[in-house]
Design a binder for this molecule. Structure first.
Ligand SMILES: Nc1ncnc2c1ncn2[C@@H]1O[C@H](COP(=O)(O)OP(=O)(O)OP(=O)(O)O)[C@@H](O)[C@H]1O
Ligand SMILES: [Mg+2]
Length: 258
């Protein structure tokens, strides 16, 4: 237990809507080691964003246990960095000011940290650029740097590369792996993309909807850097795909019997 950074047990979340209640998450159980790279994959509406928002402390109305470093999550804090699908940068601020967020670059410690991060996400030379001058991949690198500013324990990424073209996406996956290997930050990465999930994750969490639940957790025992064209990778990809194609036992007894 000592090395578990995140412990989720019996987590459920229901949204009440005029058309009826929606069980977004049902009895989620997951433990994440410090430094682990977890990818979460599942069809639209299976509760991936809901789960990430709860871990981020952006939604505190749930039942069950969610502990980060042994403590219940009570709201957003510097231990958690969140990255959305779109970069959400301030258009009127330069790259370095976007990364520093509300801290002053006149502070030598902030200056040094921002310089380190610019190097980490490989944006040297673009410190004084504005978001409109950046490509989608570069803008997303700025948002990753900003999320890392206060050295969070965990980065929560909700389809961060979903809006990028295939080339930029592959490149950004490598950038993220490089950051993970150099920084050791725990990653919880949501994606719709099977290749991405297998390429990045040390474990792939497979979710299903109605109600949103974890169907299985598959370890990906392949060394980094992984080769997409390799047999072992393709085999792993097939395994994950099979999980989706299997017919699932009903979660609840709907009564009636045979
Ligand atoms: N604020 C809300 N009010 C009511 N229902 C909601 C709300 N947010 C999410 N839901 C419902 O909860 C379920 C899970 O939504 P969630 O956004 O977590 O899914 P997701 O797996 O992230 O989907 P996607 O892949 O499309 O992003 C869905 O049925 C959704 O309609
Ligand atoms: Mg979502």
């Amino acid at each position: 237990m000592a090395s578990e950074l995140l412990v989720i047990d019996g987590l459920s979340k229901t949204f009440s809507a005029p058309a009826g209640d929606v069980i977004a998450l049902s009895n989620i159980r997951l433990q994440v080691r410090k430094g682990e790279f977890i990818t979460i994959i599942g069809p639209s509406g299976c509760g991936k964003s809901t789960l990430l928002k709860i871990v981020a402390g952006l939604d505190t109305r749930y039942t069950g246990t969610v502990l980060l470093n042994g403590k219940p999550i009570e709201g957003p804090s510097i231990e958690k960095g969140f990255i959305f699908q779109e970069p959400r940068l301030f258009p009127w601020l330069t790259v370095e000011k976007n990364i520093a967020a509300n801290l002053s670059l006149k502070n030598p410690q902030v200056r040094q940290r921002v310089n380190e991060l610019i190097e980490l996400v490989r944006l040297q030379g673009f410190e004084k650029s504005y978001p409109r001058e950046l490509s989608g991949g570069m803008a997303q690198r700025v948002s990753i740097a900003r999320a890392l500013l206060r050295n969070p324990d965990v980065l929560l990424l909700d389809e961060p590369f979903g809006a990028l073209d295939a080339f930029t996406r592959t490149h950004m996956q490598e950038v993220l792996l490089d950051i993970w290997q150099r920084n050791g930050t725990t990653m919880l990465f949501v994606t719709h993309d099977l290749d991405e999930a297998v390429f990045l994750g040390e474990r792939v969490v497979i979710m299903n909807p109605r109600p949103g639940h974890i169907r299985s957790v598959l370890p990906v025992d392949l060394p980094f850097p992984r080769k997409r064209s390799g047999t072992a990778f393709q085999e792993m990809r097939r395994l994950v795909l099979n999980e989706f194609e299997k017919v699932e036992e009903p979660l609840y007894d709907v009564g009636g019997g045979i």
